[in-house]
Design a protein around this ligand. Structure first.
Ligand code: NAD
Length: 257
């Protein structure tokens, strides 16, 4: 498959899943626009290195997805958007009565509303080209719930709904919109939690991963950023032309339970 000549914008792509998705799309030949809210030399260096490695154009655009105007600016500044991957996301864990209202607003803004804003600017570009792919990185928590993650779960269920609506509004126009619902993915963020969990449960790494962290993931194996990147590439391929408005779980069986 080649995505040569296509431009992909991936929100929240200077680490973890977003970076894995950007790598996969660049490896398939797409020009990529990386993003996060920081503007450090290493953010721009990441794009330069990716571009050199895959022989594609790669840029980093700093834009804060918690701010509607910045989300919209990201897409307009990119100037082209054939593939839009809404990935930026944060988490906060607390019971509803203790959940800080400002944190609720921030999670909804980054994990849900930013995707509305980027999509609104990207759709006219995709319609003009007669082709487009929108891939929203939701979560197993877009389909099922856990306690203490109210804002995250509301946002992830919301993005599944936004995905379906986007698919209906673009059906038959060469544009598809789908959500990927990962279970636990081994990102630096998750990796960093392992030592604390080992200490808290007095278990070795393998046991704490299997028996605590992956309790709800029947495979008892993490998904990888490469697998999420591969699923995104598939959704951008011709084989997926008629796949739209759906969710694809990459969760080791979590949502089959
Ligand atoms: P991560 O923290 O490694 O990556 C999050 C990315 O979002 C980073 O690049 C970060 O800089 C960026 N970001 C955060 N706030 C931002 C803002 N205001 N503006 C722009 N960018 C911002 O985490 P991850 O695990 O790679 O998560 C990526 C996505 O995948 C999230 O939407 C998350 O909910 C989802 N997800 C992760 C897992 C998992 O187990 N890791 C599982 C299911 C879904």
């Amino acid at each position: 498959m080649t995505l040569r000549g296509k431009t992909a914008i991936i929100t929240g792509s200077n680490s973890g899943i977003g970076l894995g998705v950007a790598e996969a799309l660049a490896a398939a030949g797409a020009d990529v626009v990386l993003n996060s809210f920081t503007d450090r030399p290493e953010d721009h260096a990441l794009a330069v290195q990716m571009g050199q490695q895959h022989g594609v154009e790669a840029r980093y655009i700093c834009a804060d997805m918690s701010k509607p105007d910045e989300a919209r600016r990201l897409v307009s500044e990119a100037g082209a958007c054939d593939i839009l991957v809404n990935n930026a996301g944060i988490q906060h864990v607390a019971p509803i009565e203790e959940f800080p209202p400002a944190m609720w607003d921030r999670i909804i803004a980054i994990n849900l509303s930013s995707a509305f804003h980027t999509t609104a600017i990207a759709l006219p570009m995709m319609r003009k080209a007669g082709w487009g792919r929108i891939v929203n990185i939701a979560s197993a928590h877009g389909l099922t719930a856990s306690p203490y993650k109210s804002a995250y779960i509301a946002a992830k269920h919301g993005i599944v709904g936004l995905t379906k609506t986007t698919a209906l509004e673009t059906a038959g126009e060469g544009i598809t919109a789908n959500a990927i619902c990962p279970g636990y993915v081994l990102t630096p963020l998750v990796e960093a939690q392992i030592p604390d969990q080992m200490k808290a449960h007095n278990m070795d790494r393998d046991t704490v991963v299997r028996e605590v962290m992956l309790l709800r993931q029947p495979s008892r194996q993490f998904a990888t950023t490469e697998q999420i990147g591969g699923t995104t590439s598939f959704l951008c391929s011709a084989a997926a032309d008629q796949i739209t408005g759906t969710t694809i779980s990459v969760d080791g069986g979590w949502t089959a339970l």
